[in-house]
Design a protein around this ligand. Sequence first.
Ligand SMILES: Cc1cc2nc3c(=O)[nH]c(=O)nc-3n(C[C@H](O)[C@H](O)[C@H](O)COP(=O)(O)OP(=O)(O)OC[C@H]3O[C@@H](n4cnc5c(N)ncnc54)[C@H](O)[C@@H]3O)c2cc1C
Length: 383
Amino acid sequence: MLFGLPFTPEQQLIQKTSAAFAKDRVAPGAADRDHSGRFPIQLLGEMAALGLMGIKIPVDDGGAGADCVSYALAVYEVSRACASVGVTMAVCNLAGDILSRYGNEEQKKRLLWPYLEGKLGAGTFCLSEPHSGSDAAALTTTAVRDSDTWVLNGSKQWITNGGYAGLHLVFVKTAPEKKSHGISCFVIERGTPGLVVGKEEKKMGLKGSNTVQLHFEDCRVPAKNLIGELDRGYAIALAQLDGGRIGIAAQACGIADAALAEGAKYANTRRAFGKTIAEQQATQFAVADAAVDVDMAKLLTLRAAAAKDAGSARTARESSMAKLMASEAACRVADRMLQVHGGNGYVDDYPIERLYRDARVTRIYEGTSEVQRVVIARDVLQA
Ligand SMILES: Cc1cc2nc3c(=O)[nH]c(=O)nc-3n(C[C@H](O)[C@H](O)[C@H](O)COP(=O)(O)OP(=O)(O)OC[C@H]3O[C@@H](n4cnc5c(N)ncnc54)[C@H](O)[C@@H]3O)c2cc1C
């Protein structure tokens, strides 16, 4: 990701493993996945075998036991090859992290271990709803206790991996009158009666990743599937988003790097006015600005990951800065490099068209750019 930095041998191993997986197994199908809108499920098993489903999860819980810098390097490498696979992997890690950090031993044995072995398929993180996104605490899906089960009713929106996932980490109101202090987290298995997969979204980009609505219609979830303490789920969601944003920042770095490489390659071959367009100073300035953007994004992303690894209790400011910078940079770089392609940038004969579309959502999910600014400003003004 940033060569020359003093990565540990373990970080280098994960980066190399992810880069090889990305080159051999992910990059070759990127254009096909974009056209078909289908995610090849067998890739999940391959990720699990390489330890990429639970990169930060301790070895004692069945994970790879690596650090957050390693996680960022892995998401970066895979996203550079295909952002759809990158986000699928990032969300799978997010779901596993919740089970590892907040689940009890019975839940880990029953669900986390098989999940990390690739036996349960993908995981999801179900927070957003049709009428609550940035204002996540306004969610209205409820769970009401009935003997040894909880009965869920409501709908979740924009759920990545939702169409085929084996495990769903779902945030619901268990005490609506207590607002954000009345939200709990449940793990729900595929096939639970009352869990209905709804509309699949037709997205502008990331077409190879699955995004659906999920409906809960008197969905009965065993009480033993409560994750962490009752009514304390919102703190889990916030803590996980803090780390999740580093993942999306790493994804954006991967997209930006791929766009810059495509732009440079094209500029060196396309000729205009008797020389390559790379020899035109205007192109050189666009490439230089894009390269600075890419490196700023990588530095902030690695700083946020390193802060997490250093044990900072909350790294909201660092994570939000990384996510804001990297996502905005990815869109700027993809736009500039599409311009370098001229008309060829506007058709799907060249990867830059897909990269441009894939970059856009990084400014929206896991908190919009505006929400990142709210988080950063709050931290600065309270300091
Ligand atoms: C492809 C895709 C995949 C996704 N995957 C998941 C997933 O797996 N799980 C999940 O839970 N969610 C997921 N999301 C949802 C995503 O996190 C939300 O879309 C995002 O948080 C924004 O919420 P919203 O769409 O409701 O926009 P809104 O909250 O309605 O915001 C609309 C606009 O208002 C602005 N705004 C809102 N509040 C403020 C404020 N206080 N100050 C300034 N501006 C503000 C926003 O920045 C935005 O520009 C996904 C979304 C997409 C598009």
